[in-house]
Every structure is written in structure tokens, then in C-alpha cells.
Design a protein. Sequence first.
Length: 369
Amino acid sequence: MAVRCGIVGLPNVGKSTIFNALTAAGAEMANYPFCTIEPNQGVVAVNDPRLDTLAALLKSRRVIPAVMEFLDIAGLVKGASKGEGLGNQFLGHIRQVEAVAHVVRCFIDDDITHVHDKVDPARDIQIIETELMLADLAALEKRHKSIAQKARFGDKDTKSLAALYETLMAGLDAGVPVRRQKLTPADRLEIQELFLLTAKPVMYVCNVAEHEVAAAQKPGAHPLVDAVRAIAQEEGAGMVAICGSIEAEIAELNGEERRAFLEDLGLEESGLDRMVHSAYHLLGLMTYFTAGPQEARAWTIPQGSTAYDAAGAIHTDFQRGFIRAEVIAYKDYIASGGELGAKEKGLLRVEGRDYLVVDGDVMHFRFNV
């Protein structure tokens, strides 16, 4: 499954710069609002050293990583929920994604105008959050109005749904986004078809200056990033600090040069990798592998998936005709030199359809259709 992540924020915070660096998709960049009119889309390979190790061990002819799709959505402004700055069109684009990467400007540059004249991350976050909540409130009010009459006539299910909408509206009116309201799994299923904007998990992406990227990783070393970090911690949201221009340089380097460049910056991994890992964590995703001489491949599935679910990620035929899954833990697979060595050591397990997949499992499915 390809995870879709929408990049949002105020105009001129660096969304398109970051998008270009991450996806090399060539989105236009300019120093004025609404440069991006349609959401640019780019698919990014998920960097996972485990896949590279498997491919090298087996001398796989093809290596297919998991992917994440990024959508660069035009800058939102105050009043977007009422259509300001083409807001309704852009809010509709956000509804298409599973997660939101909210880019926040955390750099000072007099040559790049700020839509509100002064860089203030907390204020900027609140502006975007307010517009998303107002849009959700309008959607809920419209839906509630359509079922209120039916609920008055005593339909039990409709009464329950109306009550849920009322609770959500009260929360939004009090400034609490849907994702922070205490909803049961059943509640979330009920509102799934509404594609509420504030129900989506969020990670804050602090866009910092080149000379500040190392300091931005350390709490207490960058006041603007610290302001975002405090908000993220309070909300239980993700947060990464990156620099778009540095990411562009990293993208042009090969493996060894890349590692050396990151070490010089005092970083262990690129901003892209941190964004992807943060998105995986927010969405509760994990990876399993299929590997052999022909192909080594990473598959993305939700945490808590069974072997039956994992088989379906490859093809519905694998799921429909599922017989068993042959499973080797990643560390055992590498330590044993591959499947044959793991089998000789008794480390290959035969599991049924209800087996709960562990992140990093190397799996082979037996099926019959």
C-alpha cells in the first residue's frame, strides 16, 4: 500500500521547496502566495537499510522498496474554510490523504515575505488548525441537519449518530480537533465517510535555515523549533526539523557520500527518512519483506496485521487461496545467511492465517487458487 501524505501550511513557508527536494518532481517555486494551484504529486521510495541488506545477501536482481506518496497542497490562509485564497478547493485536496505534514516556517529571512509579516510558529499552526476545524464543523453541521429530523422520529441508529455529531461539533467549537477527541473505534468507523480534516494524524515539519539544521534537532537549541516541539508533545503529534535546500543536496549524493555528508551535519538520517518514519509511526504501519534471487521487496501493512492480511497486500489470490506462511525473523535470516541456513537452525516457522506479523519478518506464502 502506498501511503498518501499531504504537505500543507501557510503560503511561503517552504512547502514546495521541501516537496521538490523530497520527490524531485519539479514543482514551481516562487516568492508569492498561491504559486501552487493544483496539488503536485510525487512518489518517494522509503529508505530501509534492511531491504538493501537482504538484496545484497541474495544478490537479488530487482529491489523494490515501499513507497510514500506526497501531495504538495497550495498554501492555506485565514478564511480558507469560507473560500478565501481558493481555500475550498485546497481543503478538498487534503481530504484525499491519510496523514498531514504541516510545514511550519522556523527560519528568518528578510528576502522571503511572510504572509503575516512576522515569523511565529505557534500562531501559524493555530491559523491552519482553526481553518481545518471550521471546515469540519461546517461538514458536520450539514450532515447533522440532514439526519436530525429522522432522529427525532426515534430511529435508534440515527439518534446515536446524531449524538456523535453533536459531541464532535461541541469539541470543534471548543477548539479541539477531531483527532484529539476521545473517540471509540466504532465512532471513528461511523465518521470515516466524512473524511474530516482534523481527524487525520499530523506531523509538524519545521523548515529551518541551513546553518541551523543540526541545532534544530536538540531541544532548547532553537526557540522557533522548540515552540513547535512543545505543541507536538502536547498533542501527541509527530515533529521533524529539516532544511529543504540540504535535502536537495542529499538527494544528489550516492550512498557513501550521503553518509559522510550527514555525519558532517551531525545527522544520522535525512529529513526525508525522518518524515517517512514519523508518518509510519503516526499511521501505525510496519514493513515485512519477501526476498529471493529474482526480487527483494518491502511491503507496508498496518501494525496488528495477520499473515492472511499480509498475503492480501501482495495479491487477492494469495489471500483467497492461503495455505500457510513460512516466516523467518529478519535478524535470524541475516545471521543465518538466508533461508537455507535459517531452516537448518530451526529458525523457519510455519504459521497459519492468524499469525500476527512482526515488523521485519521475511515471509513466503504458500497458496492454492
